[in-house]
Design a protein around this ligand. Structure first.
Ligand code: C2E
Ligand code: CA
Ligand code: CA
Length: 731
């Protein structure tokens, strides 16, 4: 086959003398054009390397014919295409450090370039080559096009790409993996801070995934994750980088989105989509998703800062009852540090005798005589005062202190009971973590023995969450406890994953109907009443006692009594009192508790009473927020505000809401927002937009996430004009 070089020789050189064969062993001199051309021709034919050439306009004028063979394309079909049409450079990912400028630019600048991987798409073929090229210039400096080499790297390249993919993508779902997400986030945040763009980070965590995984098996869990991933992708489309960080945790990076209204809508759509039932190998599964959202630069500038913010928001969303979204706010951070503080101090509480037991009576529904005292733990913190068990028990469970605390509680209560009248039992709350511990039965046995109390006077209150664990083990523990002679009581019934089969299979002596059902059950056509009625009759059929928890009013008392609850508990009879107070009463022989309290339950009218800022003119006034709705607010604390005045409410955290005064009466005003507020995912409201850290940066401050008072950082009030309103003190 005659190649380019043979042709060049034929055109450019004087015809050779056919007879004069050169000596075969003589070395090839640089000037020996003919033999050098021959060498190149044979190289070309081996396929180890090919040659290509272009003209001054960038059109291909040559490509080794052997190179064209796999594409089933003839040279004449190929001629006339431009270099960039034939060689398509691999799309580089932002920031991948292959270095150098794109091929396009090098060609346009007529620079030489070294080994560059390109994709070659010709005819029906598709291959990866590595090409190099050098520009050629005439004596006058005019450009003559490129001359270059090429070789096929399809095999190794594909392999490399596959490996790269594997290292950056999750093989199960095809989404980006944790490594890729953190790299993307880092690059994006860096670039965006420069360009003053915003970027939202969403953390998603599936609710109840573990149960599906445990009950249907791991392959089913994997299948579920795949389906979830597909649904998430369906909501976001391609514009958003989505990743699975591991387990059932997903993440999405949303560029140029800082409108919390839109973000909330997206989150709600995700929650909706994810909570539709899944069909997995013929089984049906239902899960949910919780979402935490943080937005750069408002909530964080650096990747770690933003990620931590989104994590905190996710944590709050989970804690808020799952199936919710939550935006990061500084209060969340404060709560987190409060928790951290509790965590730190909890050890001291155990050893420094800061824990106490208070006792609340559970009375017989017929006689109102005390039948049992529920032990409720109290923590007298040396600096913070009383801390609620609702705050510290979950922390104790998480940091592993609950077992020690539970052991203390059991011993303390068993000891106390021995000082009470024989008819009075005691109930001890048992955390699911405690219940799951291997030595739980031994701990109970130990406490009984040490105190010498009659086991039948001790009731263990257990919540439905214990059924989420190992069912067979639970059954064994229940049996062992019954053998010890203690009583078992199912606490907070109706709030967990209630299943009536628990009741049938587990040996409970008592069901405690959660106070959320008792609350307001006296109202007309109350659903709660129907639930109370159903639980009472079920328990009756199973020969269990029923306690109505949290009875606060006389009408609730009447309603639950009428439904046949056997026992009652609530502040209508007594709050939890210190053990000495309980003992004093018993020693005086007072076992009867008379109901004392309001006739009717009144839904508390939640009036907000929080200090906020009102900005008008050059001034910022302190006012009280009395009431807040999506469209407006009621404020108090200013005199002389006329209807129609435009003001800005500073709701904190950089949330500024433009509003117009619609009503004004003395020191209180009703204002209407220009743009309605949106839900913060929980019960609260927030503004769509906030003061941007970029704005604060423009005002000469360093770029950082929103601080305690973003507005103050933005404005240095100069007070040029006199105040328009008078601030009044509220009593
Ligand atoms: P719980 O077991 O459901 O306890 C009942 C809670 O309702 C107690 O809150 C009690 O003070 C409160 N309560 C009683 N009557 C009324 C009423 O009429 N109205 C209202 N609104 N509330 C009423 P407390 O003492 O704050 O305890 C909260 C939770 O902390 C308990 O809920 C229990 O789950 C946990 N806890 C308390 N002590 C212990 C303990 O020693 N060990 C464990 N593991 N958990 C405990
Ligand atoms: Ca309880
Ligand atoms: Ca309860």
């Amino acid at each position: 086959m005659a190649g380019l070089f043979t042709r060049i020789r034929k055109q450019g050189d004087p015809p050779e003398n056919g007879e004069a064969t050169p000596p075969p062993v003589a070395p090839i001199a640089a000037s020996d054009l003919a033999r050098r051309v021959e060498l190149l021709d044979s190289l070309e034919e081996t396929g180890v390397g090919w040659f290509w050439a272009s003209d001054a306009e960038g059109r291909m004028i040559y490509l080794s014919p052997a190179a064209l063979e796999p594409f089933a394309m003839r040279s004449d079909e190929f001629a006339g295409r431009t270099i960039t049409q034939v060689f398509e450079e691999e799309r580089r990912e932002e920031g991948t450090s292959q270095g150098g400028r794109p091929l396009k630019f090098l060609l346009a600048a007529r620079n030489s370039f070294g080994a560059t991987p390109v994709r070659v798409k010709l005819g029906r073929g598709d291959a990866w080559w590595e090409i190099a090229g050098k520009p050629r210039f005439g004596k006058d400096g005019s450009f003559h096009g490129y001359r270059g080499t090429a070789r096929d790297i399809t095999g190794t390249h594909e392999e490399r790409r596959k490996q790269e993919r594997a290292s950056q993508y999750d093989s199960l779902t095809g989404l980006a993996n944790r490594y890729r997400m953190s790299r993307q986030l880092e690059q994006m945040l860096k670039a965006f801070a420069h360009a003053k763009r915003s970027c939202a980070l969403m953390m998603l965590d599936l609710d109840r995934f573990k149960q599906v995984n445990d009950t249907l098996g791991h392959p089913a869990g994997d299948e579920l994750l795949k389906q979830v991933a597909a649904r998430i992708r369906g909501v976001f489309g391609d514009r958003v980088e989505i990743g699975r960080l591991g387990g059932d945790e997903f993440q999405a990076i949303l560029p140029d989105l800082d409108d919390r209204g839109q973000l909330g809508d997206i989150a709600q759509e995700l929650i909706q989509m994810a909570s539709q039932p899944y069909s997995i190998n013929g089984s049906r599964a239902v899960i949910g998703v919780s979402i935490g959202i943080a937005v750069a630069p408002y909530d964080g500038i650096a990747p770690e800062e933003l990620t931590k913010a989104a994590d905190l928001a996710l944590y709050a969303a989970k804690g808020g009852g799952r199936g919710q979204h939550r935006f990061y706010s500084r209060e969340l951070r404060d709560q987190a540090s409060f928790r951290h503080q509790i965590e730190q101090d909890l050890r001291d509480a155990l050893h420094g005798e800061q824990l106490r037991m208070h006792y609340q009576p559970i009375v017989d529904a017929g006689t109102h005589e005390v039948a049992c005292m529920e032990a409720l733990m109290r923590w007298e913190h040396p600096d913070r005062g009383m801390i609620s068990p609702a705050d510290f028990i979950p922390v104790a469970e998480e940091v592993g202190l609950i077992r020690q605390m539970g052991t203390w509680a059991l011993n303390e209560v068993c000891r106390a009971v021995t000082t009470w009248p024989g008819t009075v039992k005691a109930a001890v709350n048992v955390s699911a973590v405690q219940f799951a511990a291997d030595d739980f039965v031994d701990v109970v046995r130990g406490a009984l023995k040490r105190s010498g109390v009659d086991p039948a006077r001790i009731e263990l209150e257990i919540t439905e969450s214990v059924f989420m664990g190992d069912v067979e083990r639970s059954a064994r523990v229940f049996a062992a406890l019954k053998k010890l002679g203690v009583r078992l009581s199912l606490d907070d019934f109706g709030t967990g994953y209630s299943s009536l089969s628990y009741l049938r299979d587990a040996p409970f002596d008592k069901i405690k109907i959660d106070q959320s059902f008792v609350r307001g059950c006296a109202g007309k056509d109350s659903n709660n009443l129907a639930i109370v009625a159903a639980v009472v009759s079920l328990a009756g059929a199973l020969r269990m006692e029923t306690v109505a928890e949290g009875v606060e009013t006389k009408d609730e008392l009447e309603a639950v009594t009428k439904q046949g609850a056997t026992h009652l508990q609530g502040i209508l009879f007594s709050r939890a009192v210190p053990s000495e107070e309980a003992l004093r009463r018993f020693e005086a022989g007072e076992l009867h508790y008379a109901p004392r309290g309001p006739e009717k339950y009144r839904a508390e009218r939640r009036t907000e009473f929080r200090r906020i800022g009102l900005i008008h003119g050059d001034h910022r006034y302190n006012v009280f927020l009395r009431n807040l709705s999506k469209t407006g607010a009621k404020i108090e604390g200013l005199l002389g505000v006329e209807v129609g005045t435009e003001v800005v409410l500073d709701l904190g955290g950089g949330q500024l809401a433009v509003a117009v005064v619609r009503r004004s009466e003395g020191s209180s005003q009703g204002v209407e927002f220009e743009t309605p507020l949106i839900s913060d995912g929980a019960e609260g409201l927030c503004t769509r937009h906030r003061v941007s850290p970029y704005q604060i940066e423009l005002a000469g401050k360093p770029l950082q996430a929103l601080g305690d008072d973003p507005y103050a950082a933005l404005m240095s009030m100069q007070n040029r004009t006199p105040k328009a309103f008078m601030e009044v003190q509220l009593g």
